[in-house]
Ligand binder design. Sequence first.
Ligand SMILES: Nc1ncnc2c1ncn2[C@@H]1O[C@H](COP(=O)(O)O)[C@@H](O)[C@H]1OP(=O)(O)O
Ligand SMILES: [Mg+2]
Ligand SMILES: [Mg+2]
Ligand SMILES: [Mg+2]
Length: 335
Amino acid sequence: MTTHERTAELAAAIEAVSRAAQVTQAVQRELVTADTLTKKDRSPVTVADFASQAVVCETLQRHFANDPVVGEEDAAELRDEANEPLRASVVEHVQRALADIAPATEAQVLSWIDRGHAEGGAKGRFWTLDPIDGTKGFLRGEQYAIALALIEDGEIVFGALGCPNLPSPADEGEGLLIVASRGDGTWMTPLIFEGESELQPVHVSDIAAAADANFCESVESGHSDQDQSVQIAKKLGITAEPVRMDSQAKYATVAGGSAAIYLRLPTRPGYREKIWDHAAGVIAVEEAGGKVTDVAGKPLEFGHGRQLEANRGVIATNGRIHDAVVAAVRDVLES
Ligand SMILES: Nc1ncnc2c1ncn2[C@@H]1O[C@H](COP(=O)(O)O)[C@@H](O)[C@H]1OP(=O)(O)O
Ligand SMILES: [Mg+2]
Ligand SMILES: [Mg+2]
Ligand SMILES: [Mg+2]
């Protein structure tokens, strides 16, 4: 398949992610305050998470009624009587984001969120959604993403990655939207898509020596081993400081060429990466000319259900330096 055969998916995904971004940006403006961080109050991101999943699932259902969704969230917690204020806030934000479509009821909002319950697997077609990836970044007012990808028979064929706090490629609109289609390429456009904005092609960095690379990694040392990444960078002769950012914005940064390496180094042997934390970012990098594997150099396998059961960690690069990076990672992880 090529993008020309995926124009319906492109239109639906752009609508879904840009509507969801309006919700997350509204919540950030209205509910995240200076107190949020100091009080460790997670309620704003909880509202934004549920509302974003509802809006994306409603949009997908309108365009592709039969497509299952493997989403991070479900509405069980929201149905709890004790969570009435949270539920009301979610419903209000969803109603605003879909005001031009239909007046949404509370029951509909909960059922849209619950559409994300699918299990995925090796056969058939499904979407995978992280309604807010990088919850810590969202609460800090830094990077986060809305990540949506389409998987067919275990292969990612399409991705849309909305990064509200990365710079827009145009003056109009806020934030960056990256879309990628298997076999066809990766493009960027302003996140608040007005219909006329152009899709501009995106390419990875063309550096040929790992020593010249900028590399990015998580802000959170609990999500990726930052002591090992220092040793890997040293082995590769990299002198630039790591670029630390939350969410799949890291994949967008590699796809767009501002960094040539993204390292995610396992911190706990038992942790399994979730498919919605990677699918949209992986296809964005691959179709921009880069390469993505796990820390052993194996391709990521998206056909094992909700988790990447067959993989540990992630290495994403511009492709040209991939083997050198995998070798350095292996040396450090085995030492
Ligand atoms: N121990 C871990 N190792 C790797 N990723 C993790 C770990 N714990 C949580 N995550 C996930 O990392 C993602 C954020 O990545 P980053 O640090 O690169 O911004 C979140 O989706 C988070 O999942 P969850 O949403 O369940 O908290
Ligand atoms: Mg996530
Ligand atoms: Mg999330
Ligand atoms: Mg989460």
